[in-house]
Design a protein around this ligand. Structure first.
Ligand code: NAG
Ligand code: NAG
Ligand code: NAG
Length: 979
């Protein structure tokens, strides 16, 4: 039987037809139509035969079986696996399409093809984790063609097989997130040779952590507990290892809260090695021994000073036990249980590490240069290093973030030259100050991209490991992190994140919903970047309930996002809807519900102060949302007959300190009680905490023709008690339009509240400053009359002006809206969708430190004011980036109207052992808010110049206050921008 059609079709051009996307996926050689293209690998009732050499590595034989089953998932009939060497293969005449998989230098099949000049493996030989696959014509006498997957080493072959299965339609997440395999009738391979590797980052992986209650409770129900009570046995880890390898990762730190990886299942260690996974232990578990082993097996205390002998034999045992397994040894030492040691000095730590290295050479019988070792610079540990320590070069310095995604340190001085290189321990989940975040995904992928490309471009390329919590609910940031570590090159473009997300969405949920899913999750990232769920319970509520309608506009964005996510879900094909729910709809729905609870609690408190009966309605809605939150969790737990039961059992509502609440706790609700019968009508105006009748005269923020689109001005009329009344609003000026200018309100039953929008017909309004007055009358009780002053600023700007224009006493500027000429700002990168509002602006990671006020690297922002300010200020919103280069801390310079630039260092440099002052507030708000005095600022045209002096910082927004700025989390909505 012949499965080959000569490659006469213009295959190459067909396959290379990728769009000019920022994230470039290499063209795939596979096509799936019935039209013959190259070599047929599958068809109706036709699956390939997979040949693997019997003496290839066990992990390659294992993956050949996965490949066969994956063909079955796609085609409906499994491929068969034939273990055969080159001699018997070269004389065989298989009746099915043949796939050969093997490792260069290990597989007689691959080496046989190479020896007979059918396959060129020279490009693969001795490379780290690289692979190629292609159709080989006439691989042996009488055989027309074979499809050959060749790996440079164990993981090269494994990644090659998994790359093929992903391209034909099996997602790495088929089990962990229930992505259904794509059903195909035909699979053809073109004449394209496909290659990948070596990876950008040598060791790439995940840390399962903070695994209780979620992963642990789920695991107890799914896996047999070990003799020590842990569910994390080999059946569990096989799933983890497979996922990591399918994503092209190679490194795992196991769950350790109540587990001992090497003891919970004695097959754990060898299984990892067979699969091709390097195991590590977390930052405070040196020498491949779990923290929990200390309490069980250590003789004496975990203290180098007083119990050196006990600690040494404990550590030596870790090295001995793991000597035949692929391990990256965590070195160093901290105190007991993820805490700083009270007795350890820098000198003692130097001794610890030197001793650990001698223990490793002794146990493994190999030179240190062949033993991967990492010393994790976590929490207090960099403080020791900063004091000056002599640590052998072959130890990887594994730097870390601040637990909130901000890299604390990049390699400096001689560090980039160390033979052990550098690594990064990064967090998508955390337990600790200022608050845990371990419920669902709160990661903005653009932030990960920004920080990890900084890490990579500054030489952190030996190890990347992410704390992924329970793993479930963090599928997206995990997939993104490993993809970036595998191939940083394809993420060169500043807008690669969104493009990658679209590509990833297409692979999970299908082409038809890829773009809309990508939009949905991009917005989700932005909304969660404004505040993590666990921080929302802080009082007063960070989103202003008074100014700029901040709290309600933010919540409305969640409502709109949910509408969109639900629509995308409903339009997706029914077989992907479970996966879509798990990874897209659930986070949006659950996130919206938690934001609803806290927003309505905060609005309810404001409403109760205003004596609105609708405060009671809001309280009711909060209770409904609170019980919806449990139903949403139940819905998740009920998927697929309870496959994920208990996985989301993390309490997440009612935080009152850093640690999780003991139970889900409804925040305190506010109610309105009865009012005097003659004071039924209440009135408030936007931006006011006061209300009528307590205050008879209210005032709105000024309106001008430059009030940005989408910014409303309003007054609200409402019932203060049960009852009914009618109202009427009149204006002193004919050029003011009022919606809902009359109506009837009643409680209970409603409607009890009416919002009237104020618009001005500017051509008819007097020029310059004036005021109009709104009179609001309870027409059933005409003595009740409220007045609201509406300040008008009917200003003009010179027709030549380009830039931002003041409104309501402030100028608010999104950082990316700098002014041309681009020459001055060309060195900057605009990171789209970064941060809380629009984007981030930064210097490329490799840019050296800049001098203050230099000619290049300047961002120019012209702005126009109508107010003459005696004490203007500038607020610069920066990412919460750390001083990652302590020799060259984050700084920016600014100048207004050509004054000599002032330089600001927003964050002090510490000794490396703890977070700088102001850190907690910055990570809660996801911004350093840096405020500077500008002094007098006359009305008219101005120019603000801003220089970022370090590539480690990102600016997102700038606000100039000329006297009208109100407090809020994110600053006013952007001012009118004349381009
Ligand atoms: C393919 O193999 C897997 C694993 O052995 C098995 O569960 C599945 O039923 C097989 N599929 C078919 C279509 O035979
Ligand atoms: C209004 O009436 C409802 C329903 O009768 C009652 O529950 C509520 O307490 C009343 N509100 C006030 C402010 O008296
Ligand atoms: C005010 O209302 C009038 C009449 O409805 C309408 O024609 C006009 O466009 C409105 N002006 C503004 C500024 O909304």
């Amino acid at each position: 039987m012949a499965f080959i059609r000569l490659f006469t079709v213009a295959l190459a051009s067909l396959c290379f037809a990728t769009s000019a996307e920022a994230y470039q996926r290499k063209p795939s050689p596979f096509t799936f139509s019935s039209t013959p293209n190259g070599l047929q690998l599958g068809g109706p009732n036709l699956a390939p035969e997979i040949r693997v050499a019997p003496d290839d590595l066990p992990g390659v034989i294992r993956v050949a079986n996965d490949l066969a089953v994956d063909f079955g998932k796609v085609l409906g009939s499994n491929a068969s696996v034939v273990k055969a060497d080159w001699k018997s293969t070269a004389s065989s005449k298989p009746s099915k399409p043949v796939i050969i998989i093997g490792t260069v230098g290990r597989s007689t099949l691959i080496d046989g093809l190479a020896a007979s000049k059918k396959l060129d493996t020279t490009a693969l030989a001795s490379k780290w984790e690289s692979f190629s696959y292609q159709v080989v014509l006439n691989p042996w006498d009488g055989q027309e063609a074979a499809f050959v997957i060749a790996g440079s080493d164990l993981r090269g072959s494994v990644f090659g097989a998994y790359d093929v299965t992903e391209k034909i339609g099996v997602s790495p997440w088929y089990w962990w997130a229930d992505v259904p395999p794509t059903k195909r009738q035909y699979i053809w391979a073109s004449d394209l040779t496909y290659t990948e590797g070596p990876p950008s980052v040598k060791y790439r992986g995940i840390f399962l952590n903070d695994e209780s209650p979620g992963l642990t409770s789920w695991g107890h129900a799914k896996f047999k507990d070990s003799q020590y009570g842990s569910p994390f046995i080999t059946d569990f880890f096989k799933r983890v290892f497979e996922l990591v390898l399918r994503m092209k990762g190679n490194y795992v730190w196991p769950a350790m809260w109540s587990s001992m990886f090497y003891l919970d299942d004695t097959k754990n260690g060898p299984t990892a090695t067979e699969y091709g996974i390097f195991m590590g232990t977390s930052h405070h578990e040196p020498m491949a021994r779990a923290d929990k082993e200390q309490s069980r097996f250590l003789k004496g205390s975990w203290d180098w000073k007083s119990n050196k002998g006990g600690v040494q034999s404990f550590m030596q045992e870790g090295a001995n036990r793991s000597k035949n397994w692929s391990t990256i040894y965590t070195l160093g030492m901290r105190g007991s249980g993820d805490a700083a040691s009270a007795t350890l000095t820098a000198a003692a730590l130097e001794e610890v590490i030197a001793w650990q290295q001698s223990a490793l050479t002794k146990a493994l019988g190999k030179p240190l240069s062949q033993i991967p070792q990492a010393w994790v610079m976590y929490k207090e540990v960099p403080g020791y290093w900063q004091k000056g320590m002599n640590v052998s070069d072959d130890v990887t310095l594994l730097w870390s973030d601040d637990n909130r995604g901000n890299i604390r340190r990049i390699p400096i001085g001689n560090e980039p030259n160390r033979s052990g290189g550098s690594g990064m321990y990064y967090h998508f989940d955390y337990v600790g100050d200022p608050r845990n975040y371990k419920w669902i995904n709160t990661i903005q992928l653009q932030k990960t991209w920004e920080q990890m490309t900084l890490a990579y471009d500054r030489g952190i390329e030996n190890i990347w490991i992410a704390n992924v919590g329970d793993l479930k609910a963090l599928e997206l940031p995990t997939a993104h992190f490993i993809a970036l570590a595998w191939d940083r090159e394809s993420f060169q473009a500043v807008d690669s994140t969104k493009a990658w997300l679209t590509d990833w969405s297409s692979r999970q949920f299908g082409e038809a919903v890829a773009e809309s899913t990508s939009d949905t999750m991009t917005t989700y990232g932005k909304l969660t970047a404004r505040m993590k769920y666990e921080d929302l319970s802080r009082t007063p509520f960070y989103f202003s309930t008074v100014n700029y309608d901040e709290a309600e506009v933010n919540y409305q964005e969640w409502v709109d996002l949910l509408t969109k996510a639900q629509a995308v879900h409903d339009s997706s094909s029914s077989d992907v809807q479970v996966a879509f729910f798990e990874m897209v709809l659930h986070p949006v729905l659950a996130g919206k519900t938690v934001f609803e609870i806290y927003t309505k609690v905060a609005m309810g408190s404001k409403y109760a102060n205003e004596h609105r009966t609708s405060a009671n309605q809001l309280a009711k809605e909060v209770q409904i949302a609170f019980s919806a939150d449990s139903s949403i969790t139940k819905r998740y737990h009920g998927l697929l007959n309870g496959k994920w039961d208990k996985i989301l059992s993390q309490n997440h509502i009612g935080y009152s300190n850093w640690q999780e609440p003991a139970s889900q706790t409804l925040p305190r609700l506010s109610y309105t009680t009865s009012a005097a019968k003659n004071a039924l009508m209440g009135v408030t105006a936007q931006g006011n905490t006061a209300s009528f009748p307590t205050t008879a005269k209210l005032s709105l923020l000024p309106l001008s023709p430059f009030t940005p689109k989408g910014v409303d001005r309003w007054v609200e009329i409402y019932t203060r008690d049960n009852g009914t009344f009618s109202y009427k609003i009149t204006s002193s000026a004919s050029y003011i339009n009022i919606t809902n200018s009359q109506g009837k309100l009643s409680a209970p039953g409603g409607p009890s509240d009416a919002r009237s929008l104020i618009a001005v017909d500017w051509p008819s309004a007097p020029s310059g400053s004036s005021t109009a007055t709104l009179t609001i009358t309870n027409t059933d009780s005409p003595t009740a009359v409220a007045t609201v002053t509406v300040p008008l600023e009917n200003e003009v700007i010179p027709p030549v002006f380009k830039g931002h224009v003041e409104y309501a006493g402030a100028i608010s500027i999104e950082a990316e809206h700098f002014s041309p000429p681009p020459a001055s700002s060309a060195e900057y990168m605009v990171v789209p969708d970064y941060g809380r509002t629009l984007s981030g602006v930064k210097l490329p990671p490799k840019t050296p430190s800049q001098a203050a006020g230099g000619k290049g690297h300047v961002l120019v922002y012209p702005f126009y004011t109508f107010t003459s300010a005696s004490a203007a200020t500038l607020t610069v919103y920066l990412s919460p980036s750390e001083n990652a280069n302590p020799n060259s801390p984050n700084k920016y310079s600014f100048s207004v109207d050509g004054a000599s630039p002032a330089t600001v260092q927003p964050v002090p440099v510490g000794d490396g052992s703890q977070q700088p002052a102001g850190w907690a507030e910055a990570v809660i708000q996801n911004a350093y808010v840096s405020k500077q005095n500008l002094g007098k600022l006359a009305a008219g045209r101005h120019e603000l110049r801003l220089w970022l002096l370090e590539p480690t910082m990102v600016v997102t927004k700038l606000v100039v206050d000329v006297g009208g700025l109100k407090s809020s989390l994110m600053g006013p909505p952007e001012s009118h921008w004349v381009v």
